[in-house]
Design a protein. Structure first.
Length: 447
């Protein structure tokens, strides 16, 4: 009986013990490791028991978005998921002792972290970062973060808007040379590209092409530092820029070409000036996009400026034509006016002698006839009168008709010249514009 009781208590103790042993928390792991806040053993020094052992940091970047890309200020803002993994030689526990706990999650402040930074970053991170580290029983520590990195990127807008940009994200340690921290890219170019393609959420007007990963060394003050360089290639999707900018300019150009067929020259002038104003408004938009400092003149600037100059030339041609026509018509009016001057001379003649009548004005011959009748009714017979009329008519013919003819041929001549200039200009204009546009689009297409 007694032995039976002892056995039962024994069993109860055993069961109790088994239950006690199974109920273990992650705190037990931390207690075992002495991992407490303020334990400088874990926070200050690189976790290598032998200081000549470099800490190998496996580093990885996944691009999951392109937030913006500002050509004007050469700023590139990618969304990156960054992960770094290293081995902490001070941490290890046997999962069997802790009910199979293989992994704990700890606040970042408790452990040492590599001092990684992005070389191109221009702004400190202000969003909340992941406050935890992931620690495995064999001492692997993983740090994962979402970053919105505001970085510089030298953009080449020569081919805007058909351009491809490559921006770099270079990661390095600030204080540890490659003898202390070895940076190793965890995934190669093809994997990084594939992952980015699968996970990209937003890319705005950009189309993600690829990421290439390369390892570099940076020598600074006699020490070499490991660097991992990610080169992100993106291509602009040009449709909206084409519709918003190049197409309207092309339309303006076509309208300008069509204005050659407007018959009224004054209206034509107004029209061309309006078209030029329209283009200058579009040029303001361009000013907002392109960086003010550029090594090569962007093709789009050449495009706008050359088309603007073409239109300016056609405007000047219209002005020239108007000037020529005005000049010729002025000459004509002068010529028409000249006979009146002559008639005033004839007044003088009239005063000198009543016999000698030197009519050559525009006045009707009927008037002169009446005058003659008044002056020389008695003196002259009919024959003489008729002869006078004949002479008079001849003088009128000689003085008037050649001028009128001259005026008409003069104006005709000038009109011909203007027509010729117009046609020639139109052909040259059309030809040079087609050549220029062909050249432009070929330049844009060339990789
Ligand atoms: C933790 O610290 C205690 C004393 O504070 C020490 O006895 C123990 O050995 C330490 N454990 C480890 C794993 O360093
Ligand atoms: C820890 O890292 C080492 C080397 O990188 C690896 O072989 C091991 O599988 C990792 N441990 C775990 C639990 O992932
Ligand atoms: C690490 O580098 C930064 C910048 O170069 C410097 O300000 C800081 O003092 C360095 N820290 C140590 C521990 O050397
Ligand atoms: C990149 O890594 C993957 C596995 O991560 C591998 O299958 C592939 O062969 C690697 N490619 C190159 C070019 O090294
Ligand atoms: C990435 O794309 C760019 C542009 O198309 C190309 O020049 C480069 O060779 C590509 N890189 C890789 C690793 O495929």
């Amino acid at each position: 009986m007694n032995s039976f009781l002892v056995c039962v208590t024994c069993l109860l103790f055993l069961i109790d013990g088994a239950f006690l042993e199974r109920a273990c928390s992650k705190q037990d792991v931390l207690d075992y490791l002495n991992l407490t806040k303020g334990n400088e053993k874990f926070t200050t020094c690189r976790p290598a028991l032998d200081w000549t052992h470099p800490t190998i940091v496996y580093f990885d970047i996944y691009l999951y978005g392109i937030l913006s890309m500002i050509e004007k200020s050469q700023i590139f803002v990618p969304l990156l998921w960054i992960s770094a993994r290293w081995y902490n030689e001070r941490i290890s526990w046997d999962p069997k002792d802790f009910c199979g706990i293989k992994k704990v999650i700890l606040p970042k402040e408790l452990l040492w972290k590599p001092d990684l930074y992005v070389v191109e970053a221009v702004e400190k991170e202000d969003g909340p970062l992941n406050p935890y580290l992931y620690i495995t029983h064999d001492g692997n520590v993983t740090m994962e973060d979402d970053h919105k990195i505001v970085s510089t990127c030298t953009m080449n807008v020569h081919k805007f808007p058909f351009d491809t940009q490559t921006c770099h994200i270079t990661v390095s340690s600030i204080n540890h040379s490659d003898k202390e921290i070895k940076l190793v890219p965890a995934s190669n170019s093809s994997k990084a590209t594939q992952v980015a393609r699968e996970s990209i959420l937003t890319q705005g007007e950009w189309e993600f092409l690829n990421i290439s990963v390369s390892k570099e060394k940076d020598i600074y003050e006699g020490q070499t530092y490991d660097r991992i360089k990610y080169t992100i290639s993106v291509r602009r999707m040009p449709l909206m820029h084409f519709i918003n900018f190049q197409l309207p300019i092309l339309f303006f150009l076509i309208v300008d070409l069509a204005s050659f067929f407007i018959p009224d020259r004054g209206e034509k002038l107004c029209f061309k000036v309006t078209v030029l104003l329209g283009i200058s408004v579009l040029m303001l938009i361009l000013n907002d996009i392109l960086p003010s400092k550029s090594h090569r003149c962007p093709l789009i600037a050449t495009y706008v400026i050359v088309i603007f100059s073409f239109m300016l030339l056609s405007l000047l041609e219209t002005i020239l034509v108007i000037y020529l026509i005005n000049m010729s018509s002025e000459q004509d009016t002068k010529r028409v006016q000249r006979p009146e001057d002559l008639s005033s001379e004839t007044d003088k003649c009239k005063g000198n002698s009543s016999d000698q009548i030197c009519y050559s004005g525009v006045e009707a011959p009927l008037e002169s006839l009446m005058l003659k009748e008044i002056y020389s009714k008695e003196k002259m017979n009919d024959m003489h009168l008729l002869q006078l009329i004949l002479e008079e008519l001849q003088t009128i013919k000689q003085t008037l008709v050649p001028h009128a003819l001259n005026a008409q041929t003069g104006q005709k001549y000038w009109l011909g010249v203007v027509k010729c200039i117009n046609r020639l200009f139109f052909v040259v204009y059309l030809l040079s514009i087609s050549l220029f546009l062909g050249f432009m689009f070929r330049e844009w297409k060339v990789e």
